[in-house]
Structures are given as C-alpha cells and as structure tokens.
Design a binder for this molecule. Structure first.
Ligand code: AMP
Length: 425
C-alpha cells in the first residue's frame, strides 16, 4: 500500500477502475435523460473570480464564509474553486448575452470543491451533476425540474427516494418570516443549542434545520414558515404540489426544509435516501433569482452528488463489475513472424469496432493466456509461426471451452458478434 505523498489530499479521491464503470453508467444515463428533456451541456471553468460565488450565493452563506478554496493568484486576483455549479452557469448565461441567446436549458457534470471536515459521504472534491432551467417564476417549470430529477434517478437505477418540498417564498416575505421566527423562538432561547442561539441573531431560518433533538422539538411547536409568507408565495407552493400530483410524482411537503443560500425564492426541495446515513441528502434543488451585473436572472435547478448516488446504488447490491466493459478478444502470439502479422490483425480488428488486446512485450504463451483470462475476453485468437505458415488461426471460445481452426475471412466475419453488451448501454 502506498502511503504519504502518493496519496491524494484528504477528502479527495482517485476515481479509477473498476469503480469508474459505475461513474460512466451514471454519466451516460444522465446525458440520455437530459437529452430527452432538451437540456444541453455547459462546462464552465473550475476556477472563477471569488465574487462570482460570493455575490450569487450571498456573502453570509456558510459555503462562502467557511468552505471555499480561495486564494490570490500570481496577479493578485482573488480566485475560488467552484463549490457548486449554479453561480458559474449563471455567469456564463450573462456572458453569452442572456438566456434569449442560448435557450437557457443547461446541464453540467463535474467536480466541486468544499473545504469541509471529511467524513462518510462528505468529500472536499466531490462531483455533481445538475441542471439550470432559466426563466420564470413558473410552478410548471419547477414541477418539470423535479420530474426530470426523478426520471434521472430511476434511469440510474435508484429507488426509494423521498422528495421533501418547501418554499422560501418571495424575497419580500423575508422580513416577515424572520420576525415570525424570532418571535416564536426568542422566548425559548435558553433551550436552543449554542449554534442555534447564534443563528437566531444571524439567520433564524437556519434554526429550522438544526439536527439536535431539543431544537427540533422546539421548531415542531412553531407554525409552518408559510404562515409568515404572502398569499402569493403560499399559492405558488400549492400549485407546484398540484402539478406534481398531476404528473404522479409523490412529494412530502416539509415546512422545516431550508436551503441555506440567499439566492433561493419560492420552491426548494431536497431528495433523501435511507441508505446514506447521517449525510442523507442525495440532491438539492430550488428556484432562484441571481443578479447578473444588474439584471436579475430567474431559474430553477438541482444538483445531485455523484458520490452519494453511487452509495445509494451500491446499497441496493449494484456492483461496478456489472458495468465493466471487458475486451472482446485477446490475440496470443508465438514466434517473431507471427508477432508482426498479429500486430496488423490487432489493428484490423480494432478498426472494425472489435475491442481486443495483445501482449507487446514478448511474454510466453502461458503468460499471454493468463493475461487473456485477466482481461475477461470471450475469445482468444492464437496464431504462432506454425498457424501463420498454414494461413489459419486457432479460435478459442472462452465460455464454451471449445476451439477450432479458421481462416481470416471467417474470423473477420464473426468478430463483431463477440462484443459483450453492457446493461444500460
Ligand atoms: P448542496 O448544494 O450543498 O445542496 O449539494 C447538493 C448535493 O451535492 C448534495 O445533496 C450532495 O449529494 C452533494 N454534496 C454536497 N456537498 C458534498 C460533499 N462535501 N461531499 C459529497 N457530496 C456532497
């Protein structure tokens, strides 16, 4: 086992075979579903000006204050590694001249960075896939976004999720929500945990999602946040819920759900999965309004953590090797002349779309057969100088355990049928 300097940084991981097959499965299923809904991919830079995030997410957001990898570059610019995808996508929309120019249905897949305390299900480099549907406000667009997310989870093979739905209301509701919460909680200040006593001053809404039992009990005695909101905000939530029922998508309205970022308004939701333990959030989403250099950009979107999707998938017994794509054939060689001719055969087969491999370092036939077994191929093509002289190949069927001698035209005709098809492709 390598230690020390050969290991990646704490909270970061190498993504490699065999698990990478699961990543490909998730990414391919996602791209398929995104296409069904007319979303196109955008790849924004990992590094942005810090202000891109602090303005969009809010200076006070925990992720901005405590979790961003921020540094000054050699030119004295304040830069940050993206902690989430939305801020960069909206910056791109603005740079491209607004949603009118680009359609405004975008998705992304890629790494995000947060300097959090690493633990199970919480990494410092993790990966998200997400969408941004620019426009609105529109309850139908919010319901469509949730429907897309559920479709995606089903396409990946994840069942047993719960969607928790709530609203942040309109931005103009915020003072009333804050005042209502403070009024309800202040008499019980001493019974709140230390963090929540601070939250009561700074961000009372955050008291609602405290995990401590004593705080939850207190929160349970409060009226739902919608009680402090305007009629328009309440109606919007009811409409989103009604449309989801219409689309046969079950949701649980959860009045204590809080998505911490300032840019949210109206619909917010979170998807949880029982297999994830303490970090049970598989995905989060919501409607937002983000300032694009003086112009408001409305949209709705979600982000799902790919590491958590894989944990949920593996909890149902799915294994990476189910998605592995082994080579179809292995060419085994003996003798110098055959080795060269086999190199040409290797190239011919690959160009015809048949995946195959061959030892290129002059190993013994026995070692080559071991390599063929390791590669998990369905066929071995053996040609030594002897077969070469006779214009034949020995074709071994590794599953059936049989072998026969055949000529080149027959070999090339049969080869495409050896490809192993992978579930989900
Ligand atoms: P958030 O923007 O914090 O709601 O994150 C959206 C989703 O990304 C979460 O529901 C998780 O699935 C995932 N996620 C967030 N932070 C981390 C992390 N540190 N490590 C792994 N996954 C994460």
């Amino acid at each position: 086992m390598a230690t020390g300097n050969l290991q990646p940084l704490q909270g970061m991981a190498d993504l490699a075979p065999p698990e990478i097959a699961l990543w490909h499965h998730v990414e391919e299923a996602s791209r398929r579903v995104f296409r069904l809904y007319g979303f196109e991919e955008v790849r924004t830079p990992i590094l942005e000006r810090t202000a891109v995030f602090s303005r969009a997410l809010g200076e006070g957001a925990e992720v901005v204050q405590k979790e961003m990898y921020t540094f000054e570059d050699r030119g004295g610019r304040q830069l940050s590694m993206r902690p989430e995808g939305t801020a960069g996508v909206i910056r791109y929309v603005g740079a491209a001249g607004g949603p009118e120019q680009i359609g405004g249905r975008l998705y992304y897949i890629g790494p995000m960075f947060r300097c959090e305390r690493p633990q199970a299900g919480r990494k410092r480099q993790f990966h998200q896939l997400g969408v941004e549907s620019i426009g609105g406000p529109s309850p139908a667009a919010d319901a469509e976004c949730i429907a897309l997310q559920m479709h995606l989870l089903a396409a990946i093979g994840i069942e047993g999720c719960t969607i928790h739905l709530n609203t942040r209301g309109l931005p103009e509701d915020r003072p009333a929500v804050r005042a209502g919460l403070v009024e309800g909680l202040a008499p019980h200040r001493e019974a709140l945990c230390e963090d929540c006593r601070r939250r009561l001053e700074e961000h009372p809404l955050r008291v609602l999602d405290c995990k401590k039992e004593s705080c939850r009990a207190l929160v349970g005695t409060l009226p739902p946040v919608t009680a402090f909101m305007s009629e328009a905000s309440r109606t919007y939530l009811v409409e989103v819920e009604r449309l989801l029922v219409k689309m046969e998508i079950p949701v649980v309205v959860n009045p204590t759900l809080v998505r911490g970022l300032d840019y949210y308004m109206h619909t917010v939701w979170e998807v949880t999965h029982d297999a994830l333990g303490a970090q049970d959030a598989l995905a989060g989403g919501g409607r937002y309004r983000i300032d694009m250099e003086g112009r408001a950009c409305d949209g709705v979107g979600f982000a799902m953590g790919i590491e958590r999707l894989l944990m949920a998938l593996q909890s149902t017994g799915v294994r990476a090797d189910q998605f592995a794509q082994p080579l179809a054939a292995w060419i085994v060689t003996a003798g110098a002349s055959a080795a060269e001719e086999n190199l040409l055969l290797l190239q011919t087969l690959r160009q015809r779309g048949v995946s195959c491999g061959m030892d290129l370092s002059g190993r013994s036939v026995k070692a080559q057969m071991r390599a063929a077994h390791r590669a998990g191929v369905s066929r071995v093509i053996l040609r030594g100088d002897d077969e070469l002289a006779r214009g034949l190949f020995v074709l071994k069927d590794m599953q059936a355990g049989t072998q026969e001698e055949i000529a080149l035209p027959e070999l090339l005709a049969r080869a495409p049928s050896w490809m192993i098809t992978v579930p989900g492709t």
